[in-house]
Design a protein. Sequence first.
Lengths: 389, 344
Amino acid sequence: MEAARAFFKPISDALGRVPSIVWKLVLLGLAVLFPFVVNPLFGDLTGGDVLQHGVEALGYLMMALGLNIVVGFAGLLDLGYVAFFAIGSFVMGWLASDQFYGAHIHFGVADALAKFDPHGIHINFIVIVIVAAAFTMFWGAVLGFPTLRLRGDYLAIVTLAFGEIVPRFFENLPTLSNGQKGITPVDHVYLPGIDPTAFNYPLTLKPVYFVALVMVLVVLFVNVRLRDSRLGRAWIAVREDEVAAAAMGVNLVRTKLWAYGFGAAFGGFAGAFLATFRNTVNVANFDFGQSVFILCMVIIGGMGNVVGVIVGAIVLYTVNNTVLPHLNSISSSLHVAIDFPSISAGIFGFFMLAMMILRPAGFIPSRRRKIELTHGELVEDTPLFEVRQ
Amino acid sequence: MEAAAVPAAGSSRASAAIGWLRANILWLLLVAALAVLAAINLGRTAEATQTGISTGAIYALIALGYTLVYGIIELINFAHGDVFMLGSFVATSLFVSIAPSGKLGLGSIILTVLAGLLVASFATATLNVLIERVAYRPLRNAPKLAPLITAIGMSFILQNVGLLWHTGAVGVPDLINSQHVVFTIGTVSVANSDIFAVAVTIPVLLALSFFVSQTRYGKAMRATAQDADAARLMGINVDRTIALTFLTGGLMAGTAGVIYALYNTTVRFDSGFTNGLIAFTAAVMGGIGNLKGAVVGGLVIGIIQANSDAVIGEQWQSTVVFGILVLVMVFKPEGLLGEPGREG
């Protein structure tokens, strides 16, 4: 392990000297170029349109950035993030489909849709994502409220329980979720002034990719501004030492509830987008594995570090959805009967384990977080996630 | 609470009564709920309660593993449910290889079940000790979050080992003729499987209780749970004691796996996650770290779950169980029997 550290040190030092604006521009440039180069480069690897994965990955990236607020900034381990994914998706399902067949509400959608599909509620995409974010923010605060007294692993378990309760709740109320069939079809994205046929996904994916990219940039902007705000510093203070933060005048209740609220809001924002992109809202998609998948993105990238989370989300999504299926074709040609995508959770479990033991701060750790984690071993009392008061 | 905070003259008896009420509110609520259900439909409630006791015995055994480990290193061993699942797989494989049809003489049935208990418990105990060595010991002094995350990772690994072993549900040879009704009281019919579950659980619990309270190793475990540093100063090998705790928990999980396999007659790779979480709820409900509490919590959760299945349907099972988990953790984190002050 020491040897590995010594090996990586000059590289990370050199990378650290590059101004951060360069990194940002490089990342943005890659993101803009991505839909034009991805199919010629990688199309033969998956046999399908790789851009579809690109769009989904952006959806997960938004969620990872949201979870990063709760876990990375505020240090509250949330194992039930899928609840907010589900709530956001259902908001999109309710407001952009025939789920409520008796209602005849159309607002800001294409004229053709209103004409040919007079049933159900059909609201404009932009309105719904904002409503979804606000609605999940409210539920984030509501579900966060009972956990305020808890710390550490008790907190994690309560959030896990909420992550199990929320999808089952929807599943058992078919008026809200259409049961196990799920709500489908969901209206496509419609932006006023743009020809609706441009969002004819999954056939044409570039326009919807750029919609997702803009959404990611919005999330990213809010995320970074929040981190550097008074509230963001309060989150970090609470994460490092709750008692000291409270003594310095940080209002613990308000600070934690805002963390849950903002984290949830991004989950709902992304969930609403993924609902329309997948054209279905199905409770089967909201399981504990999703919570862990998103948590893995945050952990592997480096908790609390926005760039780390971006890299973690993209790498993990790619491994899960393109590399593992590809491994399958290799293993079947070698006559080894292992279905890699079906054991993806196990593979991620291994990543998590190895990561925690070898590099607990993540591949691209946040500087402050790294100090905490390395000092945690030296200082007798570990302020982070200590259960006893 | 008002009265307790501002005691008026001569109200000490009233405040004592209120204090007792506050301490036992969960019990009162449970008994009241059962009484209401019994008043509505006595037969259904009695039947569900009887089912609940049998499944509760299995939860109790799994819950002991959680509570032992939490008591000693304050870690929620997420992988424990999956260790239990692998135990049920080991037992199933053994039973299938010995008696594929499930038809054996009485003597051979007893021997086979005993062999299953031994082999499965040995396998899960070994596995649990290995997990501790690989995933938790390197993180002994790390912040709390780190071992919790490795525990979740370990849980996923084991679950997928189970998935590679048997992709779907696996039938277990019906060695104990589980549905055979032994006797009936009113509408409640007690089957072989119920008797088997309770008959295996009780001696195991007695043995565990003896081990923890009467032996030197049990004393070392209790000392380490109380204060690991002081225990080390007293010459206790803390690492070995922790490994021993995982071994004991693993034995319980293996036993539970055998009972579950024979009781349910099918096993699945994802049974560990759900049952593990329910058992964890039981451990929390009884007061985590408290052995008696885990057993009581297991039975209570089993009874609640069976009654809720009977009254509002099985599809609400996880909502009910996790709802209880949240309520207990938030409002009474020390549980039914736990000492207050461990959390919050």
